[in-house]
Design a protein around this ligand. Structure first.
Ligand SMILES: Nc1ncnc2c1ncn2[C@@H]1O[C@H](COP(=O)(O)OP(=O)(O)OP(=O)(O)O)[C@@H](O)[C@H]1O
Ligand SMILES: [Mg+2]
Length: 256
């Protein structure tokens, strides 16, 4: 579904993403991990058309995607959430999702259809569909959910989810992870998920990509990447053993 070839982004003399190449298959949930500042959000910004690549290219569903505007890319079926939620605070929750549905529609749609798509996204995410429900009433977990609902209301084929769990408690994190899995299982939406909380991420992903200083230093199954000496050195550190144990437990629970 997605082919990324030698993708590079420079800000002046600084290279934030350096010649990364990878593929994502339809229906996969792929984790994208790496230390702070390693280029994860920049990669999403390149894929979603917020930034133009300095070099390299991206193919989505067999079509070249690099250089297209973010609205065009969204209409083609790629939606992203932002690390820091920024909803329209004066609009209701339903209006926020409805606006996203209009934005992501590949052809003009009626108000009724936009609201239907918004309702569908909000119910999938378990947010209130009541037209009176305000954004101000949402806490950290609710705002992250609204980001996700806005992305889903555009009816994506590929969802780029940027750190959706920061600031949530354990129960909320587990629910959010299950929600991503449901989005893939029930709707067939392919997902790339950036998340620092390894225990939760590793439960859900099929495959993992690892960035460090803008370079793709590893990719493979959760077990492969968590045993990779370079990934341990630059990212997992002293947590490596507990993350490896978690991955082994996940694998054995899937076998039974
Ligand atoms: N618009 C920009 N202009 C200049 N430098 C930028 C810009 N956006 C990102 N950077 C730099 O690029 C590098 C990668 O940033 P990016 O936000 O992609 O990291 P990240 O992996 O998402 O980190 P985190 O885990 O903290 O979210 C950082 O050094 C950052 O300061
Ligand atoms: Mg980031």
């Amino acid at each position: 579904m997605l082919e990324v070839h030698e993708l590079t982004k420079k800000f002046g003399g600084f290279t934030a993403v350096n010649r990364i190449s990878f593929e994502v298959q339809r229906g996969e949930i792929v984790g994208l991990i790496g230390p702070n500042g390693s280029g994860k959000s920049t990669t999403f910004n390149l894929l979603a058309g917020m930034f133009e690549p300095t070099s390299g290219h991206v193919m989505f569903d067999g079509q070249p995607m690099s250089g297209l505007s973010s609205s065009h890319i969204c209409k083609q079926g790629v939606a992203r959430t932002f690390q820091i939620p920024r909803p329209f605070r004066k609009l209701s929750i339903l209006e926020n999702a409805t606006l996203a549905a209009y934005y992501g529609a590949s052809e003009p749609i009626t108000k009724g259809e936009a609201e239907r798509r918004a309702h569908d996204a909000l119910s999938l995410i378990d947010l209130p569909r009541d037209p009176a429900a305000r954004v101000d009433g949402l806490g950290a977990a609710g705002l992250k959910k609204l980001e996700m609902a806005r992305a889903l209301a555009t009816q994506p084929k590929l969802l780029l989810a940027d750190e959706s769990l920061g600031g949530l408690d354990e129960t909320e994190m587990a629910q959010a992870a299950q929600m991503l899995k449901r989005i893939r299982d029930e709707r067939g939406i392919t997902i790339i998920w950036v998340e620092h909380i390894m225990g939760v991420l590793m439960k859900v992903i099929d495959r993992c990509l690892v960035l460090d200083h803008g370079e793709l230093i590893a990719q493979g199954s959760p077990s492969e990447v968590t045993h990779d000496p370079r990934v341990i050195e630059v990212y997992l550190g002293t947590d490596a053993q507990s993350v490896q144990q978690q991955v082994a437990r996940n694998a054995s629970s899937q076998d039974t």
